[in-house]
Ligand binder design. Sequence first.
Ligand SMILES: Nc1ncnc2c1ncn2[C@@H]1O[C@H](COP(=O)(O)OP(=O)(O)OP(=O)(O)O)[C@@H](O)[C@H]1O
Ligand SMILES: [Mg+2]
Length: 230
Amino acid sequence: MTIKLAPEKPFARGGNRLCFIHPVDESLCIKVRRPDFTLADRRRKKGFPKNLKPLSSFDDNLEEERVMSALQKQYGELVFRHVSRCYGFVDTDMGRGLVSELIRDGNGAISQTLKKVIWDEAFTEECRRAVTELCQFWETNLVPSRHLLLHNIVVQRDSEGAIQRLVVIDGLGSAGLLPIRLLPPSIQRKKIEKKIAVMHGRIKTLLGQRHQATFPGYHGLLMHDGVTSP
Ligand SMILES: Nc1ncnc2c1ncn2[C@@H]1O[C@H](COP(=O)(O)OP(=O)(O)OP(=O)(O)O)[C@@H](O)[C@H]1O
Ligand SMILES: [Mg+2]
């Protein structure tokens, strides 16, 4: 059965994908390729020699599904403390979609990104603790990820509004050609420490932008909260 997404309003738009609430299960989301930025557009933008790679190598959904299966095999349940679950592909009227766990707060609203939370509230003690917990988890378990971008991490709150946990919803897997887990643990640790340092740099930069009138960029803002009608 083809799921109809085109008549729905996405709740978010990343650089590559549109995210919709699953029309038959609101605890799930479906991510599809942005129709205004196709795989061919993405490949063209890369330039030589990366544009020689097959189209499928530019597909985030394929990559995310592959990485999530590998993470589940390697870590089991543990990894889902800080990573959203992935449930494979469905056919939609906007192409093949990847289904994942939709992270919502205790009041039902779709969880906001770390970028939005820091923009709104600065780096509160509570948020700092949640970031430290995520970083410790990454270091202890040597979770393979690309850079930890503030719009790829969401802040899940309980029904009282207290931060429960941070969840990484995008950007997992190894950036290089070699899967990071094949490297000696000391090098894996160094790479992860570097990513965490870069993430703290990004937090600092964002804090420095808070005097500006508008939110920097569109990455990390929701288009609707999944509760009030879009
Ligand atoms: N599982 C999820 N639960 C809650 N919100 C999510 C989830 N997945 C995505 N989002 C929201 O949708 C936005 C875009 O999603 P995502 O990062 O997967 O798209 P993308 O196009 O791959 O991003 P990028 O620009 O990093 O390539 C996120 O910034 C986040 O706000
Ligand atoms: Mg993203």
